[in-house]
Design a protein around this ligand. Structure first.
Ligand code: NAD
Length: 521
């Protein structure tokens, strides 16, 4: 069973990095990861290694981030264990050839299909805030898809990084799946190697470095980045519900959550009630105060602590809840700040900590306009209001995902595709999407020998007769005129009646049929 201590965190020596990558590539080319049973065995072994090392994972997350046992279980251990089972159980279905849609009758003779081929040897670079989930989650997708992989956990969560290395070494085929530890120099050395995909989770700034490097070799990327996510609360929202849900979304992991709201835009009318409800919820969550609560985490390191402190010190807003900090303990109290402008330091940058700026607005249009100005493509959008208002928010904003009437619920469903858009990321994973992101959909046809006489039309010499025959088989007739209007009987009829007229006609026909059937009784 599992040893009881976390191994020391050690950077991988630079001269081992290239050979490690070469091993992963060679292992891929040995084709052993093509076998579905092999992949399932890897996933199942990974499951048991997490089960057996669960207490070490808890200890590591406590040491790295002051994470409570509950949060570590919820967002790290059970997350990856369930994912191993989900992938192993669904792998046959995901890996099965697909029948493509929209194939013309004549082309069906060639049996077109889509094979699911592994991309190859992939690099996975993790972030620190959910150190296990954000690194092992993509690895599970890579294993399922039949790739070999090297992971580079975040050096900012060194205990979790060491536990992951131990778990991988204990459970996975070492030729195919390895862990490189380190910071910028080691990651740079990894980026100098050729990969078939790089899966990166982290900041926009580093993503640009990675994307530039990947462009040199046209390596495809999945980028899971951050965002200045807006929450928008209209005057019709329930302030108690909004306060409780948004407070939770920002207190989890002491606010070090990429999908938590960065700024809350709230209608002035319900601002006082919202602030009062935030106070009530805070007391409910942490009756002895967050500092004394085993449920409230800490900031990952001094660098991030000082960044957050500077952000708060530079704000022109008014602190309405919290505000205390302790550098020695890396503690920052949940801090609600009423700000007046989107130029405030707390709104301009992603806080990635327990700072909650709230910006009062006059109406929903102003909230949407400001949210779009702050970040036009954040990772998440959170809307509180009537159904029509929430739909308007969806219609007039863009974001990787969105949760209505909640903070980031969409991101807590482990099998729902998750990813950003624009500058908050590209590509997605989780559930089937984790398999897809490491898979090449390879279109394949098989041309039967017996069809050769029909194929004659494609061979030179090209004659007028062949062209006529081919265009007869090939040409699609337009169902629209030169003004772009739909044509044909259906369109004509609908144009004449309109939708309402059509509904009345259908109802009249139905009524007539009913009356006739009654009269026959
Ligand atoms: P980070 O970008 O500082 O570090 C992430 C990884 O990049 C680490 O493994 C690190 O070693 C590596 N790295 C750092 N500098 C590098 C460089 N110059 N060259 C090559 N590699 C380098 O990110 P972080 O501080 O760990 O995470 C915070 C950011 O990540 C936030 O913006 C947050 O929103 C985002 N994030 C996004 C998601 C998501 O799923 N979309 C999840 C977590 C965090």
């Amino acid at each position: 069973m599992a040893a009881s201590t976390i191994p020391a965190f050690e950077h991988t020596s630079m001269d081992k990095i290239a050979p490690t990558c070469a091993t992963a590539r060679k292992a891929f080319l040995s084709h052993k990861t093509r076998d579905l049973e092999y992949r399932k065995v890897q996933l199942r072994k990974l499951y048991w290694a997490f089960k057996d090392n669960a207490s070490l994972v808890e200890e590591a997350c406590k040491k790295d981030l002051g994470k409570s046992q509950f949060e570590t279980y919820l967002t790290e251990i059970s997350w990856v264990m369930n994912d191993c089972i989900f992938m192993a159980n669904n792998l046959d279905r995901f890996a099965k050839d697909e029948k493509p849609a929209d194939i013309a009758f004549t082309n069906k003779f060639m049996g077109p299909r889509i094979r699911k081929d592994p991309l190859g040897a992939v690099l996975i670079i993790g972030a620190y805030n959910f150190p296990i989930q954000l690194t092992i989650g993509p690895l599970i997708g890579a294993i399922a898809a039949g790739c070999t992989a090297v992971i580079k956990p975040s050096e900012s969560a060194p205990y979790a990084a060491s536990v992951m290395q131990k778990i991988m070494a204990e459970s996975l085929d070492p030729d195919c799946y390895t862990c490189v530890q380190g910071a910028v120099p080691e990651t740079t050395a990894l980026l100098d190697e050729k990969w078939d995909k790089i899966f990166y989770t982290g900041s926009e700034t580093v993503a640009k470095i990675i994307a530039k490097k990947a462009a040199e070799t046209l390596t495809p990327l999945t980028l899971e980045l951050g965002g200045r996510n807006p929450a928008i609360i209209t005057k019709h929202a329930d302030p108690k519900l909004a306060a409780k849900r948004l407070l939770w979304a920002k207190m989890l992991n002491a606010g070090q959550v990429c999908v938590s709201q960065n700024c809350t835009f709230i209608d002035r009318e319900i601002l006082p009630a919202f602030i009062q409800e935030m106070k009530n919820s805070l007391n409910e969550f942490y009756p002895k105060g967050p500092r004394n609560s085993p449920d409230y985490g800490r900031i990952v390191n001094q660098r991030q602590f000082l960044r957050l402190k500077k952000m708060l010190d530079s704000s022109n807003g008014k602190i309405v809840i919290g505000g205390t900090m302790d550098e020695a303990d890396l503690f920052i109290e949940p801090t609600v700040v009423q700000v007046e402008s989107i130029d405030d330091s707390l709104v301009r940058d992603e806080s990635f900590g327990p700072l909650l700026p709230i910006l009062p607005v006059t109406d929903l249009d102003e909230a949407i306009r400001l949210a779009n100005e702050v970040h036009d493509t954040p990772l998440g959008t959170y809307a509180f209001g009537t159904k029509a208002e929430m739909n308007k928010i969806l219609d007039q904003t863009r974001s990787g995902g969105a949760s209505l009437n909640d903070g980031f619920f969409h991101a807590s469903i482990p099998t729902l595709a998750f990813g950003g858009v624009g500058s908050s990321g590209q590509g997605a994973y989780r559930g089937k999407a984790s398999f897809d992101t490491f898979t090449h959909r390879r279109s394949v046809t098989t041309t039967p020998a017996w069809i050769e006489s029909l194929m004659d039309v494609r061979y030179p010499p090209y004659t007028a007769a062949k062209l006529k025959k081919f265009s007869g088989m090939n040409e699609v007739k337009p169902n629209f005129d030169r003004q772009g209007r739909a044509t044909g009987w259906g369109a004509w009829f609908l144009g004449l009646l309109g939708l309402k007229g059509l509904a009345v006609l259908i109802a009249a026909i139905g009524a007539r049929a009913y009356l006739r059937s009654r009269s026959k009784l």
